[in-house]
Design a binder for this molecule. Structure first.
Ligand SMILES: Nc1ncnc2c1ncn2[C@@H]1O[C@H](COP(=O)(O)OP(=O)(O)OP(=O)(O)O)[C@@H](O)[C@H]1O
Ligand SMILES: [Mg+2]
Length: 304
Protein backbone atom coordinates (compact mmCIF):
# COMPACT_ATOMS: atom_id res chain seq x y z
CA UNK A 1 0.00 0.00 0.00
CA UNK A 2 1.27 3.44 -0.95
CA UNK A 3 0.35 6.02 1.64
CA UNK A 4 -0.75 9.32 0.19
CA UNK A 5 -1.39 10.92 3.59
CA UNK A 6 0.80 10.31 6.62
CA UNK A 7 0.04 11.66 10.06
CA UNK A 8 2.31 11.07 13.05
CA UNK A 9 1.51 12.31 16.58
CA UNK A 10 -0.65 15.18 15.38
CA UNK A 11 -1.63 17.47 18.21
CA UNK A 12 -3.71 20.64 18.13
CA UNK A 13 -5.09 22.69 20.99
CA UNK A 14 -7.27 25.79 21.02
CA UNK A 15 -6.40 27.66 24.23
CA UNK A 16 -7.23 25.10 26.89
CA UNK A 17 -9.17 22.74 24.60
CA UNK A 18 -7.22 19.74 23.36
CA UNK A 19 -8.93 19.18 20.00
CA UNK A 20 -6.53 16.54 18.64
CA UNK A 21 -4.48 14.64 21.16
CA UNK A 22 -1.59 12.95 19.37
CA UNK A 23 -3.01 10.84 16.57
CA UNK A 24 -1.18 8.76 13.96
CA UNK A 25 -2.57 7.13 10.84
CA UNK A 26 -2.00 6.77 7.12
CA UNK A 27 -4.38 6.93 4.19
CA UNK A 28 -3.63 4.70 1.22
CA UNK A 29 -3.70 5.97 -2.32
CA UNK A 30 -7.03 5.12 -3.93
CA UNK A 31 -8.95 4.30 -0.79
CA UNK A 32 -12.08 5.75 0.72
CA UNK A 33 -11.01 6.61 4.24
CA UNK A 34 -13.65 7.61 6.76
CA UNK A 35 -13.32 9.40 10.06
CA UNK A 36 -16.25 9.20 12.44
CA UNK A 37 -16.70 10.45 15.98
CA UNK A 38 -19.03 12.37 18.26
CA UNK A 39 -19.44 16.14 17.94
CA UNK A 40 -16.24 17.87 18.99
CA UNK A 41 -14.11 14.71 18.64
CA UNK A 42 -11.59 16.56 16.46
CA UNK A 43 -12.44 15.39 12.94
CA UNK A 44 -12.66 18.79 11.28
CA UNK A 45 -9.53 19.96 13.08
CA UNK A 46 -7.62 16.91 11.85
CA UNK A 47 -8.78 17.41 8.26
CA UNK A 48 -7.99 21.11 8.32
CA UNK A 49 -4.47 20.46 9.60
CA UNK A 50 -3.85 18.00 6.75
CA UNK A 51 -5.27 20.46 4.24
CA UNK A 52 -2.91 23.11 5.54
CA UNK A 53 -5.77 25.35 6.66
CA UNK A 54 -4.74 25.10 10.31
CA UNK A 55 -1.31 24.90 11.86
CA UNK A 56 -0.76 21.89 14.07
CA UNK A 57 0.91 22.41 17.46
CA UNK A 58 3.14 19.39 16.95
CA UNK A 59 3.51 16.18 15.00
CA UNK A 60 4.53 15.26 11.46
CA UNK A 61 2.21 15.27 8.51
CA UNK A 62 2.53 14.83 4.80
CA UNK A 63 0.29 14.63 1.78
CA UNK A 64 1.87 13.57 -1.54
CA UNK A 65 5.07 13.67 0.55
CA UNK A 66 4.60 17.44 0.83
CA UNK A 67 4.32 19.37 4.08
CA UNK A 68 0.89 21.00 4.59
CA UNK A 69 2.38 24.00 6.36
CA UNK A 70 5.19 24.73 3.93
CA UNK A 71 3.83 23.53 0.59
CA UNK A 72 0.26 24.78 0.94
CA UNK A 73 -0.14 26.15 -2.58
CA UNK A 74 1.35 23.08 -4.28
CA UNK A 75 -0.98 20.89 -2.26
CA UNK A 76 -4.03 23.09 -2.89
CA UNK A 77 -3.71 22.52 -6.64
CA UNK A 78 -4.05 18.75 -6.17
CA UNK A 79 -6.73 18.44 -3.47
CA UNK A 80 -10.43 19.17 -3.29
CA UNK A 81 -12.01 20.53 -0.15
CA UNK A 82 -15.60 20.50 0.92
CA UNK A 83 -15.71 22.51 4.12
CA UNK A 84 -18.19 21.71 6.86
CA UNK A 85 -19.09 25.37 7.18
CA UNK A 86 -19.04 27.40 4.00
CA UNK A 87 -20.91 30.20 2.32
CA UNK A 88 -20.86 31.98 -1.01
CA UNK A 89 -22.05 35.49 -1.93
CA UNK A 90 -25.85 35.44 -1.99
CA UNK A 91 -26.20 36.54 -5.59
CA UNK A 92 -23.56 34.44 -7.28
CA UNK A 93 -25.14 31.97 -9.71
CA UNK A 94 -24.36 28.28 -9.59
CA UNK A 95 -22.54 28.26 -12.94
CA UNK A 96 -20.64 31.44 -12.03
CA UNK A 97 -19.41 29.85 -8.83
CA UNK A 98 -18.06 26.89 -10.77
CA UNK A 99 -16.31 29.11 -13.33
CA UNK A 100 -14.86 31.25 -10.53
CA UNK A 101 -13.53 28.27 -8.59
CA UNK A 102 -12.19 26.64 -11.75
CA UNK A 103 -10.16 29.78 -12.44
CA UNK A 104 -8.13 29.13 -9.27
CA UNK A 105 -6.66 25.97 -10.75
CA UNK A 106 -4.56 24.87 -13.69
CA UNK A 107 -6.33 21.54 -13.98
CA UNK A 108 -10.08 21.77 -14.45
CA UNK A 109 -12.97 19.34 -14.58
CA UNK A 110 -15.91 19.89 -16.94
CA UNK A 111 -18.38 22.15 -15.06
CA UNK A 112 -21.39 20.91 -17.06
CA UNK A 113 -20.54 17.33 -16.25
CA UNK A 114 -20.23 18.16 -12.55
CA UNK A 115 -23.57 19.97 -12.54
CA UNK A 116 -25.12 16.92 -14.12
CA UNK A 117 -23.52 14.51 -11.67
CA UNK A 118 -24.77 16.55 -8.74
CA UNK A 119 -28.28 17.07 -10.09
CA UNK A 120 -27.83 20.83 -10.40
CA UNK A 121 -28.20 21.35 -14.15
CA UNK A 122 -31.61 22.95 -13.79
CA UNK A 123 -30.28 25.22 -11.08
CA UNK A 124 -27.26 26.48 -13.01
CA UNK A 125 -28.71 30.00 -13.34
CA UNK A 126 -30.05 30.19 -9.78
CA UNK A 127 -28.54 32.53 -7.23
CA UNK A 128 -26.77 30.81 -4.33
CA UNK A 129 -29.19 32.34 -1.79
CA UNK A 130 -32.13 30.73 -3.58
CA UNK A 131 -30.83 27.18 -3.35
CA UNK A 132 -32.21 24.78 -0.76
CA UNK A 133 -29.88 23.51 1.97
CA UNK A 134 -29.23 20.25 0.16
CA UNK A 135 -28.64 22.01 -3.16
CA UNK A 136 -26.07 24.28 -1.52
CA UNK A 137 -24.40 21.20 -0.09
CA UNK A 138 -24.26 19.60 -3.54
CA UNK A 139 -22.82 22.79 -5.01
CA UNK A 140 -20.00 22.68 -2.45
CA UNK A 141 -19.26 19.10 -3.43
CA UNK A 142 -19.17 20.13 -7.10
CA UNK A 143 -16.77 22.95 -6.18
CA UNK A 144 -14.57 20.47 -4.30
CA UNK A 145 -14.24 18.45 -7.51
CA UNK A 146 -13.69 21.34 -9.95
CA UNK A 147 -9.92 20.75 -10.19
CA UNK A 148 -10.15 16.95 -10.64
CA UNK A 149 -8.37 16.53 -7.32
CA UNK A 150 -6.17 13.53 -6.57
CA UNK A 151 -7.38 13.60 -2.98
CA UNK A 152 -10.78 14.95 -2.03
CA UNK A 153 -11.74 15.86 1.53
CA UNK A 154 -15.45 15.73 2.25
CA UNK A 155 -16.30 16.96 5.73
CA UNK A 156 -19.80 15.67 6.46
CA UNK A 157 -20.45 14.51 2.96
CA UNK A 158 -24.18 13.95 3.12
CA UNK A 159 -25.44 15.98 6.09
CA UNK A 160 -28.68 17.62 5.00
CA UNK A 161 -29.12 15.55 1.85
CA UNK A 162 -32.27 13.60 1.02
CA UNK A 163 -32.07 9.80 0.61
CA UNK A 164 -31.84 10.04 -3.19
CA UNK A 165 -29.05 12.59 -3.11
CA UNK A 166 -27.25 10.59 -0.41
CA UNK A 167 -27.19 7.47 -2.55
CA UNK A 168 -26.18 9.48 -5.61
CA UNK A 169 -23.32 10.85 -3.53
CA UNK A 170 -22.18 7.36 -2.56
CA UNK A 171 -22.06 6.46 -6.26
CA UNK A 172 -20.11 9.61 -6.96
CA UNK A 173 -17.59 8.85 -4.22
CA UNK A 174 -17.17 5.29 -5.53
CA UNK A 175 -16.60 6.68 -9.03
CA UNK A 176 -13.89 8.93 -7.67
CA UNK A 177 -12.17 5.90 -6.23
CA UNK A 178 -12.63 3.94 -9.48
CA UNK A 179 -10.60 6.66 -11.14
CA UNK A 180 -7.78 5.86 -8.72
CA UNK A 181 -8.31 8.95 -6.63
CA UNK A 182 -8.44 9.08 -2.85
CA UNK A 183 -11.34 10.17 -0.65
CA UNK A 184 -11.09 11.28 2.97
CA UNK A 185 -14.53 11.83 4.43
CA UNK A 186 -16.22 12.38 7.74
CA UNK A 187 -19.78 11.41 8.45
CA UNK A 188 -22.24 11.01 11.29
CA UNK A 189 -24.09 8.27 9.44
CA UNK A 190 -22.66 4.93 10.45
CA UNK A 191 -24.49 3.14 7.65
CA UNK A 192 -22.76 5.43 5.22
CA UNK A 193 -19.34 4.78 6.74
CA UNK A 194 -19.99 1.05 6.79
CA UNK A 195 -21.16 0.81 3.19
CA UNK A 196 -18.83 3.30 1.60
CA UNK A 197 -15.49 3.33 3.37
CA UNK A 198 -12.62 0.92 2.86
CA UNK A 199 -11.33 1.80 6.31
CA UNK A 200 -12.80 3.80 9.16
CA UNK A 201 -11.10 5.59 12.05
CA UNK A 202 -13.21 6.20 15.13
CA UNK A 203 -12.13 9.37 16.89
CA UNK A 204 -13.12 10.30 20.43
CA UNK A 205 -11.81 13.15 22.57
CA UNK A 206 -9.07 13.80 20.01
CA UNK A 207 -7.79 10.23 19.95
CA UNK A 208 -8.21 7.33 17.57
CA UNK A 209 -9.98 4.60 19.51
CA UNK A 210 -10.23 2.18 16.57
CA UNK A 211 -9.11 2.02 12.94
CA UNK A 212 -9.84 -0.82 10.54
CA UNK A 213 -12.17 -2.01 7.80
CA UNK A 214 -15.82 -1.77 8.82
CA UNK A 215 -16.08 -5.57 8.76
CA UNK A 216 -13.07 -6.02 11.03
CA UNK A 217 -14.30 -3.36 13.45
CA UNK A 218 -17.62 -5.12 13.76
CA UNK A 219 -16.00 -8.53 14.12
CA UNK A 220 -13.39 -7.38 16.64
CA UNK A 221 -15.95 -6.11 19.04
CA UNK A 222 -17.95 -9.32 18.91
CA UNK A 223 -21.07 -7.21 19.20
CA UNK A 224 -24.14 -9.27 19.92
CA UNK A 225 -26.83 -10.17 17.44
CA UNK A 226 -30.38 -9.03 18.02
CA UNK A 227 -33.69 -10.70 17.54
CA UNK A 228 -36.62 -8.33 17.27
CA UNK A 229 -40.31 -9.21 17.37
CA UNK A 230 -43.66 -7.93 18.58
CA UNK A 231 -46.18 -9.56 20.89
CA UNK A 232 -49.67 -8.56 19.68
CA UNK A 233 -51.34 -9.94 22.80
CA UNK A 234 -48.65 -8.86 25.21
CA UNK A 235 -46.94 -11.20 27.60
CA UNK A 236 -45.96 -10.81 31.23
CA UNK A 237 -43.34 -13.44 31.55
CA UNK A 238 -41.21 -14.42 28.61
CA UNK A 239 -38.43 -16.11 30.63
CA UNK A 240 -36.17 -15.76 27.61
CA UNK A 241 -33.55 -14.30 29.91
CA UNK A 242 -32.86 -17.81 31.22
CA UNK A 243 -31.72 -19.16 27.84
CA UNK A 244 -27.94 -19.60 27.68
CA UNK A 245 -27.82 -17.89 24.25
CA UNK A 246 -29.56 -14.78 25.59
CA UNK A 247 -27.68 -11.99 27.36
CA UNK A 248 -30.33 -9.31 27.65
CA UNK A 249 -34.01 -8.70 26.88
CA UNK A 250 -35.42 -5.22 26.32
CA UNK A 251 -39.19 -4.66 26.16
CA UNK A 252 -40.95 -1.46 25.19
CA UNK A 253 -44.69 -1.67 24.60
CA UNK A 254 -45.34 -4.80 22.57
CA UNK A 255 -41.86 -4.70 21.02
CA UNK A 256 -39.20 -7.07 22.31
CA UNK A 257 -35.47 -7.00 21.52
CA UNK A 258 -33.45 -10.04 22.55
CA UNK A 259 -29.66 -9.70 22.57
CA UNK A 260 -27.36 -12.65 22.49
CA UNK A 261 -24.64 -14.67 20.86
CA UNK A 262 -24.67 -15.17 17.12
CA UNK A 263 -24.81 -18.96 17.26
CA UNK A 264 -28.22 -20.42 17.85
CA UNK A 265 -29.89 -17.30 19.24
CA UNK A 266 -32.76 -17.30 16.75
CA UNK A 267 -33.61 -20.98 17.03
CA UNK A 268 -33.35 -21.03 20.83
CA UNK A 269 -35.71 -18.07 21.16
CA UNK A 270 -38.10 -19.41 18.53
CA UNK A 271 -38.32 -22.77 20.27
CA UNK A 272 -38.90 -21.15 23.63
CA UNK A 273 -41.70 -18.98 22.23
CA UNK A 274 -43.33 -21.94 20.50
CA UNK A 275 -43.07 -24.12 23.62
CA UNK A 276 -44.70 -21.42 25.72
CA UNK A 277 -47.41 -20.97 23.06
CA UNK A 278 -46.65 -17.27 22.77
CA UNK A 279 -48.06 -15.40 19.78
CA UNK A 280 -45.36 -13.33 18.11
CA UNK A 281 -45.15 -11.29 14.94
CA UNK A 282 -42.69 -9.45 12.69
CA UNK A 283 -39.75 -11.47 13.86
CA UNK A 284 -36.42 -10.53 12.34
CA UNK A 285 -32.77 -10.77 13.21
CA UNK A 286 -30.46 -7.80 13.17
CA UNK A 287 -26.75 -8.24 12.73
CA UNK A 288 -24.36 -6.01 14.62
CA UNK A 289 -23.35 -2.97 12.62
CA UNK A 290 -20.89 -0.11 12.76
CA UNK A 291 -23.30 1.95 14.84
CA UNK A 292 -23.11 -0.68 17.58
CA UNK A 293 -19.32 -0.51 17.47
CA UNK A 294 -19.42 3.28 17.53
CA UNK A 295 -21.72 3.40 20.57
CA UNK A 296 -19.78 0.68 22.36
CA UNK A 297 -16.52 2.60 21.94
CA UNK A 298 -17.72 6.18 22.40
CA UNK A 299 -20.60 5.69 24.82
CA UNK A 300 -24.13 7.00 24.78
CA UNK A 301 -23.66 10.33 26.51
CA UNK A 302 -24.35 13.43 24.42
CA UNK A 303 -21.27 15.60 23.92
CA UNK A 304 -20.96 19.27 24.85
N1 LIG B 1 -11.66 27.70 16.06
C1 LIG B 1 -11.80 27.09 17.23
N2 LIG B 1 -11.53 27.73 18.39
C2 LIG B 1 -11.63 27.13 19.58
N3 LIG B 1 -12.01 25.85 19.74
C3 LIG B 1 -12.30 25.15 18.65
C4 LIG B 1 -12.22 25.73 17.33
N4 LIG B 1 -12.57 24.78 16.42
C5 LIG B 1 -12.86 23.69 17.13
N5 LIG B 1 -12.70 23.88 18.46
C6 LIG B 1 -12.90 22.88 19.53
O1 LIG B 1 -12.07 21.76 19.22
C7 LIG B 1 -12.76 20.55 19.46
C8 LIG B 1 -12.80 19.72 18.17
O2 LIG B 1 -13.60 20.38 17.22
P1 LIG B 1 -13.80 19.82 15.75
O3 LIG B 1 -14.52 20.86 14.99
O4 LIG B 1 -12.48 19.36 15.21
O5 LIG B 1 -14.71 18.55 16.03
P2 LIG B 1 -15.53 17.60 15.01
O6 LIG B 1 -15.12 16.22 15.34
O7 LIG B 1 -15.34 18.06 13.62
O8 LIG B 1 -17.02 17.82 15.50
P3 LIG B 1 -18.43 17.84 14.66
O9 LIG B 1 -18.83 16.41 14.53
O10 LIG B 1 -19.35 18.58 15.59
O11 LIG B 1 -18.18 18.53 13.37
C9 LIG B 1 -14.12 20.94 20.02
O12 LIG B 1 -14.07 20.86 21.41
C10 LIG B 1 -14.31 22.36 19.57
O13 LIG B 1 -15.11 23.07 20.49
MG1 LIG C 1 -16.61 18.74 12.17
Amino acid sequence: MTSIIKVQDLRKTYDDVVAVDGISFEVAEGEIFGMVGPNGAGKTTTIECIEGLRNADSGQMSIFDLDPQHDRSRIAERIGIQLQQSALPARIRVSEALVLFASFYQRQADPQELLKRLGLTEKRSSAYAKLSGGQKQRLFIALALINSPEVVFLDELTTGLDPQARRAMWDLVRDIREQGRTVFLTTHYMEEAERLCDRVAILDHGRIVALDTPEALIRSLGVESRLVFTLPNGSDDLSLQDLPQVSRVETSGDRVVVYGSKEGLASAVLNALEDAGIDFQDLRTEQPNLEDVFLALTGREMRE
